[in-house]
Design a protein around this ligand. Structure first.
Ligand code: ADP
Ligand code: ASP
Ligand code: MG
Length: 577
C-alpha cells in the first residue's frame, strides 16, 4: 500500500483538486492507496480566527463562516456532477450547521477552551475529505471515506495532542485488514481522545496523520504532495537560488523541519523511521519533478544539506553572580517553562554557569517572563539573580547535515560569513551529534543571513555586487543598459553577479532586495515611493550589504551631500563613483 498526503494548497480549489484526482487515479492503477488530505488552503486559519472572534463577542465570526461555506459549496459544485450534487451539498450544509452552532455557543458564553477550538478547527479536514472522496467516487473510482477520528486516539493535550500509538495502530490495522476499496480517503490532523472528544495533532499535523497510517499499515512509501518540488536547501520563498535536495536522511529532514522547514511537520519522521518507510516530497503542480527522497541514509555526500530558520523567536537570558552553584538551577528554570507548556528551541550556557540563554517562540514571551521571575523570586530579591532579560524580534538560523562532524571548519565558516556580512550573532548552539549548528540572529537579518550562507555553502563562489544608483537620465540610463548587457557575461566569466538594489530619478526611489529587473524598471520606478535622500540613506544603511557601490549619475548637490554620510555610516564597504 502507498500513503499519499495532499496539503492545503494542493486542495485549495476545484482546479487544484482535479490535479490531485489525476495523481490519485494514476497511483491507484498499480497500488492500494490511502489518501490523507488537509483542509482547503486557508480554511484552518479562518476557522481559528472565527473561534477567536466569537469568543471576543465579535459578530464578524459570521463573515468567516460565510466565506468557509461559500468556498466549500463552490468546490463541491465544480467537482460533482449536477445530478449527484444535492445529497453532497446537503451533507456539507449539515456539517456547516454543526460548526455554526458551536461558534454560536462560543459567542454566547465568551469562552473558548482549547477543546472547543479543536472541535471548530476539525471541520476543515472533515469537510475537505468528504468533498474529495465524493469527487473521486463521482469519477467512478473505487474510493471510500474513512474518518481518521475513528482510528487515531490521543491524550487530552488539545491543539497539539500526543498519539496513543498502540491503540491507534490496532485500530488502523484492523480497518485496513477488512477494507475492500482501492482508495481510502482520510482527513488529516484530526483525532479523538479516549473519551471521544475531538483533538488535533498540531498545525501542519496532516503530514503526521499520513505517517502514522503509513507506519501502521507497513506502507511501501509515504508521499507528501505539496506546493514545492521537495525539501529545498533553504526556504525557496526567502532564497531564490535554493534548489530541491535530491536525497536526505531521516535525521537531517527532522533537523531541518524542526528548525523551520515547514514543508514537513517534524513529528512526521518518527513513525516511519523505525520501519524505514521512505518518504518522498512531491509537487502537486509539477508532478514530474523528482522531489526529495527521505531515507535512512542519504547518498549525497555534501556535509551540509540545508539551511533552515525559525522566525519570531525571543531570547531569554538569566544571569547573576549568585547563579553559580545554586543547586538544581537548570532544573528549576526548565521546570517552570515546562509547567507552562513552553517549548524551548535553543539553549546555551556558559561553562561558568554565570548565565543561561534560551530561545522560545515569541508568543510565549509574557508567560515565560512571569513564570521564570516567579520561580527565582527569592534569588532576585536577594540580588543573586537578575530579573530575566527578554529580547524579542529574533530568529534562529540552522545549518544541517549528518556529515558535518567529519568536516572541520564549518562552524568557523558559518560565523565568519555572517560576521563579514554584518549579521550580529546573539547566541550559538551546536549539538554533540553535530547534525546542526544554530545561531540566534536579529529578525531583520533573516533574508540576508540565509542568502549569504546559501551562497557560501551551496553556490559556486559567485560574488555579489550591489549597486545603489541615483539618477537614471542620459548617463544613468546608458549605465543601466550596459549593466544589463554585461550581467550574464560577468556571471559566466568573472563569477560576479551585479545586482541593482536601488534606483532613483528626480522624483521616485525604487528598492528591491532581490535585484531590480533591468528589463522592466521604468514603470516600477514610476510607481515607487517618493524620493527622499534621507530615507534613501537610511535604507542603504539598514540593508547593510557587503560589496555595495553607490553610483551618483547626477550633478545634484543634495546627492553629493550624502557622500560623507555614506562613508562615515555603518555601511562600511560602500564606495563612491
Ligand atoms: P502543505 O499545505 O502542502 O502542507 P506547507 O505550507 O505546510 O504545505 O509547506 C510547504 C511550504 O514550506 C513551502 O511553500 C515553503 O514556503 C515552505 N518551506 C519552508 N522551508 C522550506 C524548505 N526548506 N523547502 C521547501 N519548502 C519550504
Ligand atoms: N489544516 C491544518 C493546518 O493548516 C493541518 C495541515 O494542513 O497539515 O495546520
Ligand atoms: Mg504542511
Amino acid at each position: 500500500m502507498k500513503v499519499l498526503k495532499f496539503g492545503g494548497s494542493s486542495v485549495a480549489s476545484s482546479e487544484n483538486i482535479n490535479k490531485v484526482i489525476n495523481i490519485v487515479k494514476k497511483s491507484s492503477l498499480k497500488n492500494e492507496i490511502a489518501v490523507v488530505v488537509s483542509a482547503l488552503g486557508g480554511i484552518t486559519d479562518l476557522l481559528l480566527e472565527a473561534g477567536d472572534l466569537a469568543c471576543n463577542s465579535d459578530v464578524n465570526y459570521k463573515k468567516n463562516l460565510k466565506t468557509i461555506e461559500e468556498r466549500h459549496l463552490k468546490v463541491a459544485r465544480e467537482l460533482i456532477a449536477v445530478n449527484n450534487q444535492s445529497s453532497v451539498l446537503g451533507t456539507i450544509k449539515n456539517k456547516l450547521n454543526k460548526l455554526e452552532s458551536t461558534l454560536e455557543g462560543v459567542f454566547l458564553i465568551n469562552e473558548l477552551s482549547a477543546k472547543t477550538s479543536d472541535k471548530i478547527v476539525s471541520f476543515g479536514e472533515l469537510l475537505s475529505s468528504y468533498i474529495i472522496s465524493e469527487a473521486l467516487i463521482n469519477r467512478d473510482l473505487d474510493a471510500v471515506l474513512k474518518n481518521t477520528q475513528e482510528l487515531i486516539v490521543t491524550d487530552e493535550s488539545f491543539s497539539n495532542a500526543a498519539v496513543k500509538v498502540d491503540k491507534t495502530n490496532v485500530l488502523i490495522e484492523s480497518f485496513f485488514k477488512v477494507n475492500k476499496h482501492k482508495i481510502v480517503v482520510l482527513p488529516g490532523f484530526v483525532a479523538l481522545t479516549e473519551k471521544g472528544e475531538v483533538s488535533t495533532l498540531g498545525r501542519g499535523g496532516s503530514d503526521y496523520t499520513a505517517a502514522i497510517i503509513a507506519a501502521a499499515t507497513n506502507a511501501s512509501i509515504l508521499e507528501i504532495w505539496t506546493d514545492v518540488s521537495g525539501m529545498y536547501t533553504a526556504n525557496p520563498k526567502f532564497v531564490q537560488q535554493a534548489f530541491p535536495i535530491k536525497n536526505i536522511s531521516y535525521q537531517e529532514a527532522m533537523e531541518l523541519s524542526h528548525f523551520g522547514a515547514k514543508v514537513l511537520y517534524s513529528p512526521t519522521i518518527q513513525p516511519v523511521l523505525e520501519k524505514e518507510i521512505p518518504i518522498v516530497i512531491k509537487n502537486t503542480f509539477d508532478a514530474n519533478a523528482a522531489g526529495t527522497l527521505i531515507t535512512a541514509k542519504s547518498s549525497n555526500s555534501n556535509p551540509i544539506k540545508g539551511i533552515s530558520h525559525i522566525e519570531n523567536m525571543t531570547l531569554l537570558t538569566l544571569e547573576g553572580s549568585g547563579m553559580v552553584g545554586i543547586p538544581g538551577f537548570s532544573n528549576r528554570l526548565f521546570g517552570a517553562l515546562s509547567q507552562e507548556k513552553i517549548n524551548v528551541s535553543l539553549i546555551t550556557q556558559a561553562s561558568s554557569e554565570h548565565s543561561i540563554c534560551i530561545a522560545i517562540n515569541s508568543t510565549d514571551t509574557e508567560k515565560a517572563k512571569l513564570a521564570i521571575d516567579d520561580e527565582f523570586n527569592y534569588e532576585i530579591e536577594q540580588h543573586k539573580v537578575d530579573p530575566l532579560i527578554v529580547e524579542k524580534n529574533n530568529a534562529i538560523i540552522a545549518l544541517v547535515g549528518d556529515n558535518m562532524k567529519s568536516h572541520q571548519g564549518i562552524s568557523g565558516k558559518m560565523f565568519s560569513t555572517l560576521g563579514k556580512n554584518n549579521v550580529n550573532i546573539r547566541a550559538i548552539a551546536q549539538g554533540a551529534s553535530e547534525k546542526n549548528i544554530s545561531a540566534v540572529i536579529a529578525h531583520k537579518d533573516i533574508k540576508k543571513a540565509l542568502n549569504t550562507l546559501h551562497s557560501e555553502f551551496f553556490e559556486d563562489q559567485t560574488k555579489q555586487l550591489n549597486l545603489f544608483i541615483v539618477g537614471v537620465g542620459n548617463v544613468g540610463g546608458k549605465l543601466l543598459q550596459q549593466i544589463k548587457n554585461q550581467q550574464q557575461y560577468l556571471i559566466d566569466n568573472l563569477k560576479l553577479q551585479v545586482r541593482v538594489i536601488a534606483l532613483t530619478n528626480s522624483k521616485k526611489m525604487l528598492f528591491n532586495e532581490d535585484g531590480i529587473d533591468l528589463d522592466n524598471w521604468k514603470s516600477p520606478l514610476e510607481k515607487a515611493d517618493n524620493l527622499d535622500m534621507n530615507l534613501f540613506h537610511q535604507k542603504v544603511t539598514a540593508l547593510n550589504y557587503r560589496n555595495s557601490i553607490f553610483v551618483d549619475n547626477t550633478a545634484n548637490e543634495s546627492v553629493s551631500n550624502l557622500y560623507a554620510r555614506l562613508f562615515k555610516g555603518k555601511c562600511g564597504s560602500c564606495y563612491l563613483q
